[in-house]
Design a protein around this ligand. Structure first.
Ligand SMILES: Cc1cc2nc3c(=O)[nH]c(=O)nc-3n(C[C@H](O)[C@H](O)[C@H](O)COP(=O)(O)OP(=O)(O)OC[C@H]3O[C@@H](n4cnc5c(N)ncnc54)[C@H](O)[C@@H]3O)c2cc1C
Length: 379
C-alpha cells in the first residue's frame, strides 16, 4: 500500500519515529521537514529517561510497550541506542507521597509492570552512596532505564532513509495552503511540498504551525535546564528521583552525572541556562549524594517541556482542515512515549485502528475539561 503523500513537520523523536512506523507499514511517500539540524530540539536536550512508573493506567501501559521498543531498537533498526535498564528509584519523604507510591504500585501491578516498594534499609542496600535521611519509602522498577537521546534520533533518521523516507533538515515550514477542507501545499523556506496528509509534530512550536491554517492549540513552552558533571567511575546504578525536590539524576554511560530540576514554572520564550539553576541543582545533588561535593560541572543547557492543560498529549485529526493530524503536547516525557505512541498512531493512520489508549487524546477534549492529570510528572 503506497499511502498518501505525507508531510511530517518536526524532525525530533516524534516526527522521525512516526515516519519510520509509517514506512514500515508500507507507506512510500513520506517527507520529514525540520527547520534546523537533527537533534536541535527537546529530543536531544532531554535526559533520555525511560520508565513505566506512572500514576494512570494508560501511561503505564503505553510505557510498558515503549520500554520493550527501546530494548528492541538495535535489532529493529540496526542502530545502537545504548539503552541501559538499571532501574528508576523514586524516594518519598511524606506520608502523602508514600500513599501515592502505594496506589501507583497497585495500578502498575494490575497493568503488568513489576515495580517494587522499598524500605529505607533496602534503598540503602541498593544505592549505598545516597543520603536516605527523611525517606519514608522508595519505588523501584528494574526495567526502567536511561537511553542515549542523540542515538535514538540518529537511529530513527537512518532507518527512515533506508526505507525511502525523505528526511530534510534546514527546511522551515512558513505556510500551509488550504483549498476547501484540506491543506494542499506545505510551504518552506526552500520550496513547496504538495500534501495529502500533514502531521504537526513540531512540539512547542506546534501552535505556530496550527495558526498557519486557523487551528488554535493550547500548548505552552516551559523552560527546563540540565547539567552534566565530569565523568566518574560508575557507582550509581538506578536513576534517582527524590520527590521532595523533583530533581532527577542518573549516571550516563560515560560516567558523567546528569541532573535536572524545574526552576521557572509557566510559559517561557527562551531556554538560556542560568546561574540560579546551577546553584539550585548543585545543592540538591550534594544533599542527595554527599560524595558529589567538589565534582566539577562540565556543561549546562536548557530546553522546553511542551505542556498541555491536562498533562496529556494531543493526538488525532482536527475537524478542519480535515487532513491535518496533531501529534505533540508530550510534556517532559515525550522521548520515552514516542516509540509506543508512534506505533499506535501509525496503526491508526494506516489500518484505521484507533488504539483505546490514544483515543482520548483528541484536541476536542479540552472543551469538556480534559482528562485525568498524571501525578508522576517530574522536573
Ligand atoms: C531538560 C529536559 C529533560 C527532559 N528529559 C526527558 C526524559 O528524561 N525522558 C523523556 O521521555 N522526555 C524528556 N524530556 C522531554 C522530551 O525531550 C520531549 O518530550 C521530546 O523530545 C519531544 O519530542 P518532539 O519530537 O516532539 O520535540 P523536538 O525534539 O523539540 O522536535 C520538534 C522539532 O520541530 C522543529 N520545528 C519547529 N518549528 C518548525 C517549523 N516551522 N518548520 C519545521 N520544523 C520545525 C524543531 O526544529 C524541532 O526539531 C525532557 C525535556 C527537557 C527540555
Amino acid at each position: 500500500m503506497a499511502g498518501p503523500k505525507t508531510i511530517i513537520i518536526g524532525g525530533g523523536i516524534v516526527g522521525l519515529s512516526l515516519a519510520w512506523n509509517l514506512a514500515r507499514r508500507g507507506w512510500t511517500d513520506l517527507t520529514v521537514l525540520d527547520r534546523d539540524h537533527l537533534n536541535a530540539g527537546a529530543s536531544a536536550r532531554c535526559g533520555g529517561g525511560v520508565r513505566s512508573q506512572w500514576s494512570t493506567a494508560d501511561n503505564i501501559r503505553i510505557m510498558k510497550r515503549s520500554t520493550e521498543l527501546f530494548a528492541s531498537f538495535p535489532a529493529d533498526t540496526g542502530f545502537n541506542n545504548w539503552f541501559r535498564q538499571e532501574g528508576y528509584l523514586f524516594l518519598a519523604y511524606t506520608d502523602e507521597q508514600a500513599a501515592m507510591f502505594e496506589q501507583n504500585h497497585r495500578l502498575q501491578k494490575e497493568n503488568g509492570v513489576d515495580s517494587e516498594l522499598l524500605s529505607p534499609a533496602q534503598i540503602k542496600a541498593k544505592a549505598p552512596t545516597i543520603n536516605t535521611d527523611g525517606v519514608v519509602v522508595g519505588a523501584f522498577h528494574q526495567k526502567d532505564g536511561v537511553c542515549f537521546p542523540f542515538a535514538m534520533v540518529w537511529g530513527y533518521a537512518k532507518a527512515c532513509r533506508r526505507l525511502g523516507v525523505q528526511v530534510l533538515p534546514f527546511h522551515e515550514v512558513i505556510g500551509l495552503e488550504v483549498a476547501g477542507e484540506k491543506i494542499t501545499q506545505v510551504v518552506t523556506n526552500r520550496g513547496r511540498f504538495a500534501a495529502d496528509l500533514v502531521i504537526n509534530g513540531a512540539a512547542v512550536w506546534s501552535p505556530n504551525i496550527g495558526r498557519m491554517c486557523g487551528v488554535e492549540l493550547p500548548n505552552c513552552a516551559e523552560k527546563h535546564e540540565a547539567i552534566v558533571t565530569e565523568p566518574l567511575h560508575p557507582f550509581l546504578g538506578a536513576c534517582l528521583i527524590p520527590m521532595d525536590s523533583g530533581m532527577y539524576l542518573a549516571q550516563t554511560m560515560r560516567g558523567e552525572i546528569y541532573a535536572c530540576v524545574g526552576l521557572e514554572k509557566g510559559p517561557a520564550t527562551d531556554y538560556d541556562h542560568t546561574f540560579a539553576f546551577a546553584q539550585k541543582i548543585s545543592r540538591l545533588m550534594i544533599r542527595l549524594i554527599p560524595r558529589l561535593a567538589g565534582v566539577k560541572m562540565l556543561r549546562q543547557w536548557g530546553g522546553f517541556y511542551d505542556l498541555t492543560p491536562d498533562t496529556n498529549p494531543i493526538v488525532g485529526f482536527v475537524d478542519r482542515p480535515s487532513n491535518f493530524y496533531q501529534y505533540h503536547g508530550l510534556m517532559g516525557h515525550g522521548f520515552m512515549f514516542a516509540p509506543a505512541l508512534s506505533e499506535m498512531i501509525a496503526e491508526h493512520l494506516v489500518a484505521g485502528k484507533l488504539h483505546p489508549d490514544i483515543a482520548p487524546y483528541g484536541l476536542a477534549r479540552f472543551k469538556s475539561g480534559g482528562l485525568e492529570v498524571e501525578k508522576m510528572i517530574i522536573g
